[in-house]
Design a binder for this molecule. Sequence first.
Ligand SMILES: Nc1ncnc2c1ncn2[C@@H]1O[C@H](COP(=O)(O)OP(=O)(O)OP(=O)(O)O)[C@@H](O)[C@H]1O
Ligand SMILES: [Mg+2]
Length: 393
Amino acid sequence: MVDNPYTPGQIPRILAGRRAELRRIEDRLARVVAYGELGGPLLVFHAPRGLGKTSLLRAAERNAETMGFASAWVACSRERQVLPELVRSLQTALERSDAMPRGGAGGRWRKRLQSVTVEVGLPGAKVQASVASPPAATEEPIATAPIAALEGLLHDTATLVRRRGGAGLLLFLDELHTASADDMSVLLNTLQNLDGHREDNPLAVVAAGLPVTPEALTRAATFGERSAFVSLDVLSDEDARALLVGAAAAEDVTWSDRALQAVIAESRGYPYLLQLIGSTTWEAAPPLAGGQLDLADVRKGLPAARDQLAAMHRARWGAASPLQKSFLAAMAAAGVDNVTRAEIAERMGRDSRSISVPRDRLIEKGVIEPVGHGLVRFTLPEFGAFVRSLDDA
Ligand SMILES: Nc1ncnc2c1ncn2[C@@H]1O[C@H](COP(=O)(O)OP(=O)(O)OP(=O)(O)O)[C@@H](O)[C@H]1O
Ligand SMILES: [Mg+2]
């Protein structure tokens, strides 16, 4: 028996597709390498859950490290303050890339990192700072102290990496939509300042988050809209096929055409589902080296995949408030992929303006997503059918 090479819920061993997206990141890095300058404005990938944002960033991280970048990774979360986490990630990046000086200089660096961690994390520090210093010519009074501290630190970290023979610093901010508006504002202002001396700052910042991320950044600072936003879509049939075939090939296992078509049809290009059904097919088989996965294996594995998907449906439903549930039920009852606001409101027996709160909250959580012209759809396949099957919906 051979190891199951599919990774539902984990970073894939091989990233399928996403060539254009990787190229966007590499273009940024090329600028840092060639000119030792800032790799452009904040680059933000956004998509609903499970589309492969983290996987993309991790693949870019691997590439960047082979190009000589020191990379820092922040998994933003509502439970923790983002900026102190960012500073800690810079320390890890320096230590891991061997750029941290030894002896006394290293000690001074660690002390400074510590003090900036405190400075950007002090509750109320931002408010105090904005009171102490006259508001700059921006739309709102903003705190300058944490911005200056972070700006200086990013500059010094990136130039230290460069001086020690590296290409520069690459900072990843995953789940950026969970950062507070204050933290986003400090971050955007810091990057804007670094851009003012672009030629002195050999670094690039790449972020990922749910589809609300662009709006949240723009709300935090109007110039946030000048970040580069790239949405991730489901994988094309060709890339879906490459995902399935590539992982198995590494274990010397092949797929029959019929089996591939069945999995691609069932998962509709949704990367998480491709990994999940790839995995359940494998477990159902399980193949020997040199073997082939066939349609019968796919069918045998599907109940396990559907159980897993149903558990995810139940978790999302369970986490919804009563009003959100009634919104979801109205959407599901419509029975079409893309549902209009008016139809949802009518089925809920409410005024169309009054459903904004549950709608926005569900979008924020990544349960539904807007698809233009006031339409929304579920982000998880079969969620509508699941809701229709419930007694209490
Ligand atoms: N391009 C890809 N090639 C192979 N597998 C992928 C690819 N993209 C995503 N996956 C797989 O899909 C699943 C979800 O990927 P990932 O965690 O990167 O998504 P995400 O967009 O970061 O989701 P979330 O919003 O929940 O954090 C993982 O199991 C991963 O293995
Ligand atoms: Mg992720």
